[in-house]
Ligand binder design. Sequence first.
Ligand code: CTP
Ligand code: MG
Length: 235
Amino acid sequence: MNNRNKYYCVVPAAGVGSRMGTAVPKQYLRLHGKTVIEHTLARLCAHPLIEGVVVAIGADDQYWPQQQLPDPDKIYVAQGGAERCHSVLNGLQFLSGFADVDDWVLVHDAARPCLHHDDISRMIDMLSDHPVGGLLGVPVADTVKRSNPAGEVLQTVSRDHLWRALTPQMFRLSQLQQALQAALDEHFLVTDEASAMEHAGLKPHMVEGRADNIKITRPEDLSLAELYLAQQETA
Ligand code: CTP
Ligand code: MG
């Protein structure tokens, strides 16, 4: 393992959770004894290789001050932005105030509270000597169809080498900052960090992760996350 560079996290947590439809943004909903974001931060802070975690919080967020932080000395706050990518960029900007340009940053959604310790370890292990970095993903399990806009199936798409992209996504601080900024400047739609790196002509590496690392998006995801958290506790 490469011991020269440090590992930090940036956690975008400035979304409103419109698909969840609750008054309280989903990252602050309670689940298995804690709020979603408390679970997420506890998992990141508990990993011994993570030096610090920058959380991007919305400007009028009244819930953040009430959170029980697992390790206050490791957690920093940055301003959230209009889209997820702006929140991430603000987090990276904050980090660049004290981290090295080549330090690794693991960007992880606040809404993924079931991230497993072993997935963080495996990702760092596999990528710490990689020239670009990469992301956790899960191979697509269902048969995949492409339809026309009217919903008529045109073809069955091969599942070979097809992945669902998860987080964390791990890249070098300065390279990621430049790639995200360039994508924004060129009005290229970035849905995750890897897509900005791909747009810059780089090839992020896929690391197979656990399928229970779900993003809480819709109401039915809450009970599933609750189940996974309970299961992981007894495993
Ligand atoms: N996020 C953010 N800043 C934004 C939008 C999203 O930091 N402007 C964060 C969310 O808080 C979440 C993560 O990015 O932790 C993943 O986004 P998503 O699941 O889409 O969350 P929301 O945008 O809150 O949900 P929705 O799209 O349903 O409104
Ligand atoms: Mg969103």
